[in-house]
Ligand binder design. Sequence first.
Ligand code: PMP
Length: 361
Amino acid sequence: MTRAYNFNAGPAAIPLEVLQQAQEQFVDFQGAGMSIMEMSHRGAIYEGVHNEAQSLMRELFGIPDNYHVLFLQGGASTQFAMLPMNLLQSGKPAAYVQTGAWADKAIKEAKLIGETVIAASTASDNYMRVPELSEIQVPANASYVHMTSNETIGGTQFQSFPATGDVPLVADMSSDILSRPIDISKFGVIYAGAQKNLGPSGVTVVIIRDDLAKDNPKTIPAMFRYETHAKSNSLYNTPPSFSIYMMNLVLKWIKAKGGVAQIEQFNRDKTKLIYDAIDGSGGFYTGCAQPQSRSVMNITFRLGSEELEKQFIKESEKEGFVGLKGHRDVGGLRASTYNAVPLESCQALAQFMVDFQKRNG
Ligand code: PMP
């Protein structure tokens, strides 16, 4: 069997061990004579998986007891709307840190619900950096302040987060959740679609402080209220059971690797190989993000011409590399190096980059 060098931005690589385990358990889960997909979500076997995924998430990410871990649907894009529906109060603007295309989408949705302000923006730098924490200005009466911890398209990432006092800090961690240890107590809400670092698409993880998941406005339909899901252990309606099962396997894999701090080190080692190839190329490759804002998850870079970029993609595909084309909005090249991307893939890419330069430099 040949596995591709998978640098997809999401859905993205899943650990081979996890896929194989799922394959083994696919038809008959725990001797039940059926797949996990065919079981009631109210039964003991499914509930065991559901609760195990929650407690592993708590353990691995160091989530304090006064937070709920919710498993929702609709992707991070639904959170762009659900968040302001629940937390944006009248007369108290929602503050947004504008660092790229995903932040822009979140802002657009919040504007449909209420008043927003821009707490900091790097639009004038083409989103090729994240702001310094000192640039972030949050009105004292803000309902919350929203950041995108890692901008998947631009390839920028925050290395630290501000202390926001009484204003809840909210982070879209879709593209870097569980890639590094985080002090959860700084945040009111963290959300992430699963399809980059947690498993397949279909489940969205929302980590939310207790006080923000209660007394949500009564005018919000049940499915869109955090309180509904917090009260019912994310079993108000049928959950995406297979996605949650897969996520549980990924969480066990992270634990077996030594946990999130260990994963961070793996990620840094992997990414360094590729950034070194860019920086050592004498300008043949140029990194898009400013060095201090570079992401450990999405490496964005360019070649001297679009022609050469097309050639790079074509030749890389022939050698088994997948997903290196930049996002359609910005062009260029992008290597997404999420948790499950093996070191070997990054070594192979770094080598390919050197060889490609030799042929075309
Ligand atoms: N936020 C970020 C940072 C993302 O990278 C993505 C998906 N690429 C989204 C939000 C949207 O996620 P979903 O497709 O799960 O709605």
